[in-house]
Design a protein around this ligand. Structure first.
Ligand code: PLP
Length: 406
């Protein structure tokens, strides 16, 4: 049995030991309900949630809340899928605070703008709203690198646009959008701006004030926190109708018993990610660059997907002519190397990736795509192993192919 080498960190990451240790007491000993603030167990759970709220706020440079009874820009959710569903489905209820509230003309459907390369949690929500006929939705195209053209956004904005939602970094190819510029364009026309920052948080500096976004979705399990917990950042003053009703948790904005261990884990993970951000960015960016150079030199007719420099440090997406992504995955798995073809969230489907198709990549080439995503636990020696094994496996697959004549 060969040693396992996990290189699918864009799908999920390992809960690292200090994060697990931070969570541990809140399962069995400190199991109180964070809403029960008038006795010790509840009050301590509440204090732990407050600490985590501050840790996540600090990572995003959001306003630090005064205490758990005061408003916060961070609302804890079950993950980014919930956060993005919430803001998109309730976009027509958004009030912008100091920025003003977008107002569709009486009787007009609220208009949303998003991009064609969003994660399914945004894309399918927007598609569902359009299909239901409750909202008008514009899906912006991207260029060959996966970038949204700011002028295309400018032209798509209408007086009745209530929300623009464009992801910060793409989960398949790692391209980073010029969010600050896009948000400013939306604001000029009176629309609010949301970004799915799931892949970016903990890997690149995400500063909500600098980006000047009104809403942002984040997910804990992408930066070594636990699964099933995330957050929605809402700029101070922004109001939105609740998505789920029930108890008064999250100051009445998100009902449901607070997931104390999960939130504590996310907070600890956020603090650790923030502390190593700069060093890890440089290290991972270089490691991926070296891997790409080694692979490019060894494998003919292999190309890189996504933007070469405006990209996440940890993601390499390649397309290999004459070899199916799934075949490469299976052969690498024999060596214990675990990578993804396309997006992990859509691996049950044999449809080519919507991201690669939107970037203008031919269907057969999209099928030959592979995503390698590393974390702060990945070493240079491990990637050298990939650089040794992968070219040979591609050669074997091509040799067996009846169509490959390269
Ligand atoms: N957005 C992006 C870009 C993602 O990569 C993912 C997870 O794959 C999500 C949203 C969904 O996050 P969660 O698993 O917290 O619902």
């Amino acid at each position: 049995m060969s040693q396992t080498l996990y290189l699918d960190n864009a799908a999920t990451t390992r809960v690292i030991d200090p994060v697990f240790e931070a969570m541990r007491p809140y399962f069995c000993d400190e199991f109180g309900n964070a809403s029960a603030k008038y006795y010790g167990l509840g009050a301590r759970a509440r204090a732990a949630v407050f600490k985590a709220r501050c840790q996540l706020a600090a990572l995003l440079n959001a306003t630090l809340p005064e205490d758990e009874d005061h408003p916060s820009e961070i609302i804890f959710t079950s993950g980014a899928t919930e956060s993005s569903n919430w803001i998109l489905k309730n976009a027509h209820t958004l009030r912008g605070g100091a920025r003003g509230t977008p107002k569709p003309a009486p009787g007009a459907k609220p208009h949303l703008i998003t991009s064609s390369i969003e994660h399914h949690s945004v894309l399918e929500t927007a598609q569902a709203l359009a299909k239901a006929g409750t909202h008008d939705v514009t899906f912006l195209p991207v260029d060959a690198h996966g970038l949204v053209d700011p002028d295309a956004l400018r032209h798509a904005l209408r007086d009745d646009t209530v929300l623009v939602s464009i992801m910060l970094a793409n989960n398949e190819v790692g391209t980073i959008q010029p969010i600050r510029e896009l948000a400013a364009i939306a604001h000029e026309r009176g629309a609010l701006f949301h970004t799915d920052a799931v892949q970016a948080v903990g890997k690149v500096r995400v500063d909500v004030r600098d980006l000047d976004v009104d809403g942002l979705s984040v997910s804990s399990h992408k930066f070594h926190g636990p699964k099933g917990v995330g957050g929605l950042y809402l700029r101070r003053g922004v109001r939105i109708d609740p998505y789920q009703h029930g108890g008064g948790q999250e100051r009445g904005r998100r009902a449901g018993t607070t997931n104390v261990p999960g939130i504590v884990g996310m907070g600890a993970a956020a603090e650790l990610a923030g502390a190593r951000l700069e060093a890890e960015y440089a290290r991972q960016f270089d490691m991926i660059e070296h891997l790409w150079q080694a692979l490019e030199a060894a494998v003919p007719k292999m190309y890189r997907n996504g933007h070469p420099s405006q990209r996440l440090p940890n993601t390499l997406n390649i397309r290999v002519q004459g070899a199916e992504g799934e075949a490469i995955l299976l052969r690498l798995d024999m060596f214990g190397i675990q990578v993804a073809s396309g997006s992990a969230c859509s691996t049950d489907s044999l449809e080519p990736s919507h991201v690669l198709m939107a970037m203008g990549i031919a269907q057969e080439d999209a099928h030959g795509s592979l995503r390698i995503s590393i974390s702060h636990e990945t070493t240079a020696a491990e990637l050298e192993r990939v650089a040794e094994i992968l070219p040979e496996q591609i050669r074997i697959i091509r040799e067996m192919s009846v169509t490959w004549n390269g």
